[in-house]
Write a protein that binds this ligand. Structure first.
Ligand SMILES: Cc1cc2nc3c(=O)[nH]c(=O)nc-3n(C[C@H](O)[C@H](O)[C@H](O)COP(=O)(O)O)c2cc1C
Ligand code: SF4
Length: 463
């Protein structure tokens, strides 16, 4: 895990050990500068920088902060999303392990800017090392007087993929299950008491009658916050010195799968995908890249796309997306029906079931893929998949079923030979098993996937 060529903005070449160590790299300057600026000026700087959220959607960070700042109501909150659950991704954990200070600096600036007296870090309970590093960094910030009176609480959440979904994360911070609520955090924030749909069948809790509040809440990915601290420290113009007009700055990127040296590293936006794969040692000897899955939210990339610059606009132009900068590489020994089955099953299992088309649809699609994978499928299974993909995201509370649509339809469209070879016969590629690429550790080129995930059932129990 290194910055490329010794240059780094947020992911250092070696772990930062203390707040004094952090200060020796210029840490804390962004926070100091934000104290001299008005909130509107901080937001203007972020907007000029063109920072886009690194949690997956690439939403403009300045616009998000402004919507909370101007969101009305008495209470605002800020949340750092450190629940990293995207398959093939380990960048937030790598960042927090080596530089928790910059994440906390960014969160403190964010809370100050949007007028939040309280901030939270939502993280998985299983991320022990990261929790330890964040808790220690917060304590050091407090002792150094760098928190400016803002209380930061680390909330340990469950293992579910949906923990990282922002509306589910707010539920977990409030002590509930990770089930996405209806309204987004800027409309219905933490501890909000306003009814979400304008009407509820039960009485409002005592103390809240007549004084409903919506508590606009800022939710940003851990990397986004660290990038924001860098921008405040170095300025928008400096931030824009790398990257493109629409995707400025650097990206912390994960490459796993069929490569020699899986890794997490910081790249300039606009670096071609092939260079990222080369940085991870490229394909294994004698193998060629067949497909690259950029997390499970976007369309798969084929070997024709390896020259694509890693920007939001270029990835969109080839029909995919940058996601959270995590790439799962499959070489030509992999069967894409097997890949589709594994990833569809992941989304089915992780769907929470609040929206029937999502839970039932991902289940139907996964079972049809399983039948095809086993050589028991025919055109009728393919028709069923097509029909279910069309409606799986109907009435959806969150983006998960759209991910199923994007990913599964693209695999079936772009790898028709793999699909055709499976109809009525078992896997011609010899059934190489494709594990669910949920990364639980990545150290020195060795990636560990969560073995327990393979036992997880659609009701979130384990077999
Ligand atoms: C199913 C699902 C899982 C998600 N998981 C994560 C996650 O692990 N980490 C994250 O930062 N964002 C995740 N997101 C995106 C968040 O909902 C949210 O958009 C993001 O935290 C906003 O931060 P940003 O603007 O800084 O990108 C997920 C979204 C969905 C639909
Ligand atoms: S769309 Fe799916 S995952 Fe999202 S809230 Fe509805 S059932 Fe749950």
């Amino acid at each position: 895990m290194t910055g490329v060529e010794g240059r780094w903005r947020i992911l250092p070449d070696r772990p930062i050990e203390s707040i004094a160590d952090y200060a020796s790299f210029g840490g804390g300057r962004g926070l100091a500068r934000s104290r001299d600026l008005s909130s509107e000026e901080v937001v203007d700087e972020l907007t000029r920088a063109g920072l886009r959220g690194r949690g997956g959607a690439g939403f403009p960070t300045g616009a998000k902060w402004r919507s909370i700042l101007r969101g009305g109501g008495q209470h605002h909150y800020a949340v750092c999303n450190a629940g990293e659950g995207e398959p093939g991704t380990f960048k937030d954990r790598a960042l927090i392990r080596s530089n928790p200070y910059q994440v906390i600096e960014g969160l403190t600036i964010a809370a100050r800017t949007v007028g939040a007296a309280e901030a939270f870090v939502g993280i998985k309970e299983s991320f022990r090392i990261e929790m330890g590093r964040l808790t220690a960094a917060i304590a050091e910030f407090e002792e150094a007087g760098w928190l400016d009176g803002i209380g930061i609480t680390v909330v340990a959440g469950p293992e579910e993929y949906l923990l990282g979904e922002e509306k589910a994360m707010l539920e977990v911070i409030e002590g509930n299950e990770p089930l996405p609520r209806w309204l987004p955090p800027y409309l219905h924030g933490l501890f909000a008491t306003a009814p979400q749909l304008g009407w509820e069948s039960h009485e409002a809790e005592p103390g809240h009658l007549g004084t409903h509040t919506s508590n606009p809440t800022l939710v940003n990915n851990a990397e986004t916050l660290a990038q924001a601290a860098w921008i405040l420290s170095h300025g928008a113009d400096e931030f824009r010195k790398v990257g493109t007009e629409e995707s400025p700055g650097t990206l912390v990127c994960t490459v796993v799968g069929d490569v020699v040296h899986p890794d997490v590293f910081e790249l300039d936006m606009g670096t071609p995908l092939q260079e990222a794969l080369d940085h991870a040692g490229g394909s294994r000897p004698g193998q060629m890249v067949k497909a690259v899955v950029p997390g499970v939210a976007n369309a798969v990339l084929t070997s024709d796309h390896l020259g694509t610059p890693l920007t939001y606009e270029d990835m969109q132009a080839v029909g995919s997306g940058l996601g959270a900068g995590g790439f799962i590489v499959y070489d030509d020994s992999a069967c894409m029906v097997e890949v589709a089955t594994t990833l569809s099953n992941f989304l089915y299992v992780e769907s929470c079931g609040q929206c029937l088309p999502c839970k039932l649809g991902t289940g139907h699609i996964t079972r049809a893929l399983l039948a095809i994978r086993e050589g028991n499928g025919s055109e009728s299974e393919l028709d069923e998949i097509e029909e279910r993909l069309r409606i799986v995201a109907d009435a959806n509370r969150c983006y998960l079923p759209v991910q199923e649509q994007n990913l599964i339809s693209s695999i079936l469209r772009l790898f028709p030979d793999d699909v055709a070879a499976h109809l009525g016969s078992s896997c011609p590629a010899g059934k190489r098993t494709i594990p669910t690429p949920k990364v639980v550790d990545l150290v020195d080129g060795v990636v560990t996937y969560d073995q327990r995930q393979e036992l997880k059932r659609p009701d979130w129990t384990y077999g």
